[in-house]
Write a protein that binds this ligand. Structure first.
Ligand code: 5GP
Ligand code: ZN
Length: 112
């Protein structure tokens, strides 16, 4: 755990979050500033900075994907968008890897 990481603090129960799904190694909670009717963040409980670092751990990568599936099963959604922002220039503001899972409206392409 990184004490200055907001998602580590949520995982540790030090900050409140609206949890929608969790497994032994993965946690999913509603985004504080939702960009769609459904906007869930799916994170590994272990601190990993971004998707590039996550790729070094195939087991945890699979756990994160399974966590995304866990949320869609839980919420009964079959059409959704997932986004991993990687690096500040791409919009990453929290450097604990997370999938944005968005649903409940249509989405433009290409993304902004
Ligand atoms: P990023 O910009 O790194 O891709 O996404 C970070 C996301 O975390 C943003 O959508 C932001 O709204 C969300 N966020 C930041 N702090 C908190 C928090 O304390 N609780 C929750 N639930 N979401 C947060
Ligand atoms: Zn963290």
């Amino acid at each position: 755990m990184q004490p200055d990481c907001v998602f580590c603090r949520i995982v540790a129960g030090q900050l409140p979050a609206d949890i929608v799904h969790q497994g032994e190694d993965v946690l999913a909670f509603n985004d504080l500033n939702p960009q769609a009717p459904v906007h869930v963040l799916v994170v590994p409980k272990r601190h990993v900075a971004d998707i590039s670092a996550l790729a070094a751990d195939p087991e945890l990568s699979a756990i994160l994907l399974a966590g995304i599936r866990g949320v869609t099963d839980e919420l009964g959604i079959t059409e959704y968008r997932t986004v991993f922002n990687t690096g500040a220039a791409a919009g990453q503001t929290v450097f604990h890897v997370h999938a944005h899972l968005l649903a409940g409206r249509s989405f433009g392409w290409p993304p902004g």
